[in-house]
Design a protein around this ligand. Structure first.
Ligand code: NDP
Length: 322
């Protein structure tokens, strides 16, 4: 099968198109013929070596397609089912082999390309907003990178939960997108003082939660935007990893909480995955959340997909089509 592989970590140029043997189905696993593959920022962390991966490595943590074969003991799937999965590696290929508990059926009414674009980013928005800091009606929240993949979903979902959303974006074009999705306040964080704007919007109080996927560049601004006993949810490193800091800073900021969650720990069991995916399918089907698949690349063009994502030239979700 065709796949994208890197043999050493590095820039987008380490991604090569290769022919590799198709995986053989194993007990407890399902073999999925991919119809669409989600591109996620986490794929770039494995490629650069920020997150460790065994080499050589086929990246890719999200895809959807048709179940081609099921291993011994599999109960969740039958051949011919439409399935999607997220987490792990190996997605940038024509076929993916996954443990059955890591995959979900794609329900009627959800297009397969939508499932591939939505599952990882949507399950992330679900656990962040429902389970890391459960957003309550009337909360004013700070959410960085609102025009991105996770960001677009999270704005819409947080609005449906009754929150006022303050978001940040890198350009005027992205600001328009965030506003159209319902963001109440949009901050151009490359030009404006984020914490000062947040304090002004909240009458000096600050926000009870800051969802920060940007990392290094926004750490100080997020910390300075929180209300007393607020929660810093650091869930990504698009600009680089957060530098080590003293817990004393959380005390000085007003008895703050600092969370560093990972999707895998919130969908660790099939039951949790089904809960998260079920909530996602519901908001997709009833129109609460719309997914913008703004970039589609051929599988062979994975390098261009990474260049665009890291170059901040994408909005919404990106797909690779095998
Ligand atoms: P996005 O589509 O949001 O792309 C990343 C965005 O980050 C860019 O578009 C850009 O938006 C912004 N950004 C800010 N600084 C930089 C920089 N220096 N270089 C590149 N981009 C920058 O990606 P995803 O939706 O795939 O993921 C969003 C974030 O969520 C990522 O950090 C990812 O790692 C994280 N994540 C974490 C998970 C978890 O469980 N912990 C699970 C899933 C995703 P702008 O131009 O507006 O600044």
């Amino acid at each position: 099968m065709r796949a994208i592989r890197f043999d050493t970590t590095g820039g987008p140029e380490v991604l090569q198109v290769v022919d590799v043997p198709r995986p053989e189905v194993q007990p407890g696993t399902v073999l999925i013929r991919h119809q669409a593959i989600g591109v996620n920022f986490i794929d770039t962390y494995f490629r650069t070596g920020l997150y460790p991966a065994p080499l050589p490595c086929i990246p890719g943590s999200e895809a959807a397609g048709i179940v081609e074969a099921v291993g011994e003991g599999v109960t969740r799937f039958e051949v011919g089912d439409l399935a999607a999965y997220c987490i792990g590696l190996g997605g940038y290929a024509e076929y993916g082999l996954v443990a059955e508990g890591r995959a979900v059926k794609v329900p009627a009414g959800v297009e397969i390309t939508l499932a591939a674009a939505a599952l990882l980013k949507g399950a992330t928005a679900e656990y962040l907003l429902h389970r890391t800091y459960p957003v309550k009606r009337g909360d004013t929240i700070l959410l960085h990178a609102g025009a991105g993949g996770v960001g677009q979903i999270a704005i819409q979902w947080a609005k449906a939960l009754g929150a006022q959303v303050i978001t940040t974006v890198g350009s005027e074009e992205k600001a328009d997108i965030a506003r159209k999705l319902g963001a109440d306040h949009v901050i151009l964080y490359r030009h404006e003082d984020v914490a000062a704007r947040v304090r002004a919007i909240t009458g000096g109080l600050g926000v009870p939660v800051g969802y920060d996927s940007v990392g290094k560049d926004t750490f100080e601004a997020t910390l300075a935007s929180l209300s007393v006993r607020g929660m810093f949810v650091s869930y990504g490193n698009a600009s680089g990893a957060v530098e080590p800091f003293s817990p004393q800073r959380l005390a000085a900021g007003g008895s703050l909480f600092f969370a560093r969650p990972r999707l895998g720990d919130y969908i660790a069991t099939p039951e949790e995955l089904d809960l998260s995916a079920g909530r996602l399918w519901a908001v997709l089907r009833d129109g609460t959340v719309k997914i913008d698949i703004a970039q589609t690349f051929a599988l062979e063009d994975a390098r261009a997909a990474h260049e665009a994502l890291e170059g901040r030239r994408t909005v919404g979700a990106s797909l690779l089509i095998p």
